[in-house]
Design a binder for this molecule. Structure first.
Ligand SMILES: O=C(O)c1ccc(O)c(O)c1
Ligand SMILES: [Mg+2]
Length: 629
């Protein structure tokens, strides 16, 4: 299977695009004509440069407004085509995409268009070139792949074939299974793109909001299953028009593209086991059983105050590492490691960001297979020298410089706490009844959110929830949850658009995406609140106005309302159940802990409470009278 991507999908100049595409592992590129025209260099040199990088030009595109024109426009269209054929031969590619006409003078008529293509096929054949016809979703007369196929079929020329583009088919809600009726060898090329489910003009949606397969909401897997079932053997190519990608880092976007494409084709293979596909087998998505540990890189006074906070949250020291400066804190099933090492990954993370979550450990069924899939999807494995008596725990580099370790029982890795840590005697102090990590909240720029959601959903058995808006007094933050079906592991992605939001300020402070808060689950939040009070924990103060509003919004008994208010607990409810949350004050540049209880099947994260929580946090960070920066 040949992988390909259109140059229009990646930011930068032509050389930067090619560099990124080649490094990400693609076999070929579609040259989007504009990218060539903007380049200063003859086509022969461009062709050579591309081949020298180990890439093939799978397609030249687009050729517009060709079919169904009256004379003299028709003759002119053929002349234009001959000029582009010249260019293709110089570049060294044999396939051109003709997209369905939007020309105001195009007459329409299936047979007229078929005749035009039959003649174009003759001209192309003389030069050993091929022409593929794509129905644009907003084409004037042809906007459905079934009509484009009928034209190709009637043109009846071996050098004329069909080009399918998942966006155009799926955006118009055309059943992708109609592709199963088209002979595979008549499909010359397949372009893939996803898009978020938003109602808008088709052209605008296509030109600004396409995304990598899996990043949006269209049934791209069903589309590709139909294409493969039809017997298609050509390249699978990404064609993504996206405003954020146009301004993104070329290397990141290209890597995301490769990850999404391999993941998609692996999904197709699993869904259509009877179709032979030329793709190396890769392990299936891993099921995450839970968060095994969260590791903070910290030093000196910051580390002391972090550990002080852990103490008031009811954590106890459970062990010290046999060789490294690591302290293991524990409560219920929660393990938090404080790493004060001055060399290695944690040390670099600390140098770059200050106190930060440098590592997350996930419990999986098979750590090696998890890394195997990640690497097949273009993720870098991570390893660090291990000392005597230490376990080599498989790991990968996540996004934004993060590291993920994988712990399984089968390989004995889950014994790491006994093997590598000298266990301390548990002090007599009582804990706060916190049992597990409910979710980990990662903050990033809005532009990075698609990369992160793709990362989690392509590697693990996790699904994404719809995006929600979180109103910060100083701007909007978008939030999206990615979670396992059983809730054993949940991540929330918070995308900031301005540094003035709490999330954006944290992002600026910590130099890039990282964990901003960790939510710890209690089975009885009122009891936990009482224990936390005894331990000296200082909750985030929530104003009276919030509780007055709460009693208006929900039918809550006065007594219950008083309990919530006394403990600074925020409340929410959905169809499934009830939700209670309280927060710590911010520490180390804007991180914080959340303590929560889900009662019944509450599925959300308290988005309705976020504006009030954020305003309260900002009051602590920005005392009255301080100017706003
Ligand atoms: O937006 C466009 O015009 C356009 C051009 C070429 C394509 O292959 C496509 O899918 C869309
Ligand atoms: Mg297309």
């Amino acid at each position: 299977m040949k992988t390909s991507i259109a140059t229009v999908s990646i930011s930068g100049n032509l050389s930067e695009k090619l560099e990124a595409i080649s490094a990400a592992g693609f076999d070929g590129i579609e040259i989007f004509e504009q990218d060539f025209i903007a380049h200063d260099g003859p086509p022969r040199d461009v062709g050579r440069q591309i081949r020298d990088m180990g890439l093939e030009i799978t397609l030249f595109q687009p050729f517009r407004d060709f079919e169904g024109l009256p004379e003299p426009l028709r003759a002119k269209a053929f002349e234009r085509a001959e000029r582009k054929f010249d260019l293709m031969q110089e570049l060294g590619t044999d396939l051109v995409l003709v997209c369905s006409s939007v020309h105001p003078q195009a007459i329409g008529g299936i047979d007229r268009a078929a005749d035009d293509f039959a003649e174009l096929g003759e001209r192309a054949a003389k030069r050993g070139l091929r022409v593929g016809y794509e129905a644009l979703a907003w084409g004037r007369h042809v906007n459905d792949h079934r009509d484009a196929w009928e034209i190709v079929r009637r043109a009846d020329h071996p050098n004329i074939g069909l080009i399918l583009d998942s966006f155009h088919t799926l955006a118009r809600k055309i059943d992708p299974d109609t592709i199963r009726r088209i002979p595979g060898d008549r499909i010359f090329f397949v372009q893939l793109a996803d898009a978020p489910a938003i109602e808008m003009d088709l052209l605008y949606w296509s030109r600004h909001f396409r995304s990598m397969p899996g990043e949006g909401d269209l049934p791209v897997t069903d589309f590709m299953r139909a294409v493969m079932a039809a017997g298609y053997k050509g390249p699978v190519s990404l064609e993504i028009f996206n405003d954020q990608f146009r301004g993104g880092r070329p290397a990141t976007i290209a890597k995301d593209g490769y990850r999404s494409l391999i993941c998609l084709m692996d999904d197709v293979r699993r869904a259509e086991p009877d179709i032979s596909m030329d793709l190396d087998p890769i392990p299936a998505r891993s099921r995450i059983a839970g968060t095994a540990f969260v590791e903070f890189a910290s030093r000196g006074k910051e580390a002391e105050s972090l550990e002080g906070l852990l103490g008031t949250l009811g954590f106890q020291v459970a062990g010290k590492h046999i060789a490294k400066d690591l302290t293991l804190w524990r409560q219920g099933d929660i393990r938090i490691v404080v790493n004060r090492e001055t060399t290695g990954h944690a040390a670099s993370a600390y140098t770059a960001r200050g106190t930060t979550v440098c590592d997350i450990g996930l419990a999986v069924a098979c750590a090696d297979e998890t890394v195997g899939r990640a690497v097949a999807l273009g993720t870098e494995p991570f390893s660090q020298a291990t000392g005597p008596g230490e376990l080599d725990i498989p790991a990968i580099r996540g996004l934004g410089g993060s590291v993920l370790h994988f712990i399984d029982e089968a390989s004995g890795l889950s014994k790491v706490w006994d093997v590598e840590f000298r266990n301390s005697q548990s002090p007599a102090a009582s804990d706060a009844g916190l049992k597990s990590i409910d979710h980990i909240a990662q903050t990033m720029t809005y532009d990075e959110m698609l990369s992160w959601s793709l990362f989690y959903t392509s590697l693990f058995q996790m699904t994404k929830s719809p995006m929600v808006d979180v109103i910060d007094p100083d701007g909007l933050v978008r939030s999206q949850a990615i979670e396992t079906g059983d809730g054993a592991f949940r991540i929330t992605l918070n995308g900031a658009e301005t540094h003035r939001t709490l999330a954006g300020g944290f992002l600026a402070e910590t130099f890039g995406a990282s964990v901003q808060h960790i939510a710890l689950a209690s089975e009885d939040i009122f009891k936990s609140a009482e224990q936390l009070f005894q331990l000296g924990f200082k909750p985030l103060p929530i104003p009276s106005n919030y509780y007055d509003d709460l009693s208006a919004r929900f039918d809550i008994k006065q007594e219950e309302l008083e309990r919530l208010k006394a403990a600074n607990i925020l409340y929410d409810r959905d169809d499934g159940g009830e939700f209670f949350q309280l927060y710590s004050a911010p520490f180390a540049g804007g991180m914080f802990f959340e303590i929560l209880e889900r009662r019944g099947g509450y599925a959300g994260f308290g988005a309705a409470n976020a504006p009030f929580r954020i305003a309260a946090q900002k009051r602590l960070l920005r005392p009255k009278g301080m100017p706003r920066v």
